[in-house]
Design a protein around this ligand. Sequence first.
Ligand code: HAM
Length: 408
Amino acid sequence: MTFRAPKGTDDIFPPASLRWRRVLRLWEDITERWGYDLVLTPLFEHTAIFARTMGEATEIVGKQMYTFEDKGGRSLTLRPEGTAPVVRAYLQAGSGGVQKLAYSGPMFRYEQPQAARRRQFYQVGLEYLGEADPGADVEVVELAHRFLQEAGVGEMALELNTLGDAASRRQYRDVLFSYLEGIADDLCSDCQARRLTNPLRVLDCKVDGPRLTDAPRTVDHLTAGALDHYRSVKEGLARRAISFTENPRLVRGLDYYTHTVFEYQSRRLETAHHTLGGGGRYDGLAETLGGSAIPGVGVAIGIDRVLLAAPPDGSARLEAFMVVVDPLRWEEARSLAARLRNLGLRVELAAGPRALKAQMKLADRRGARRAVLVGDGWEAGEVRVRHLGSGDEQEVKLADLPNTLAAP
Ligand code: HAM
């Protein structure tokens, strides 16, 4: 073949796409049940949207953005994340008040590609806007927890920290700056510069971060209000029996966070890319974009990673493939398939009459769990059902067929 997908990108193709569809559907279901409306924003935005909100000194803005000039001379960027675009859309819609918004789609970052680090990757996310109450932070963490559990990622860890409000951050920044000044010579070459432009980023550094065990902690430099907020979040999580570890070095790779920050890490993935999802509060973001002070909190989860962590569930593509044994029964088989589909079952049949053997082969190839043989028993209201895995066969009354097919 001449062409392949560009480096760091993937085709989501069957059979892998079966699992994608299920997990994206799960996201749709959960967010809808919790009251989140769908939001869809463009795949590209004015570059300033990301540069201003995520911070010029961050890895993403500095090194990883797909930025280009369009034919009209505008600087545009393929979205590396969804939060800033969603807040931009909220401000643009001028709706104000509380909005709970969920999204999913591809994001773009120019990374060194690995199995779980892609240049185009897929995020599901949500943003709870216009709500300053710590209960919103708890809800976001809890919803992410539910989703990850139901998606089957297995054992995971939740890390939590607070960056405090603007006043706490300013105070902490000064303390951290002085601390880093004292150990400047021991820092890696990147952090020598980061320490001056954005000291918080040093805590995030893969080389230096883990060594800075005695670095000042944000929790020790919070205003009374920020401390209260953090306490409420921790209490809320405890009440919901969501266990977490406090990690004072968790600052996340983006500049817009205030108060709560958190990450879910898989115990099944390599530590280099075991973060399944993360998020936090960003009460100053809307103002950075020129809007009024709109509080917000959200999370984004990487679906590529979720599917690496969750073992294949072995469920079949189709619950049944209709196999027409008596060629005079095509129309009956077709309408039976339609009735079963109306009941929510996944059912398929050949495009037109085929030999029995060809139909059985197709049933197998199409990944059906069972074949429903429409033949002799039809007049008596019966079909023959063959489990394609075990080869077991049984006569089933039409009235019992939906239950039989729904069984594993
Ligand atoms: P983030 O931590 O940059 O946060 O990304 C969230 C998740 O996206 C990561 O935990 C990871 O699973 C996935 N991800 C990120 N980069 C890649 C990549 N190159 N390949 C595969 N997966 C990746 C945000 O994007 C924030 N917008 C989250 C947020 C929402 N904060 C508040 N609201």
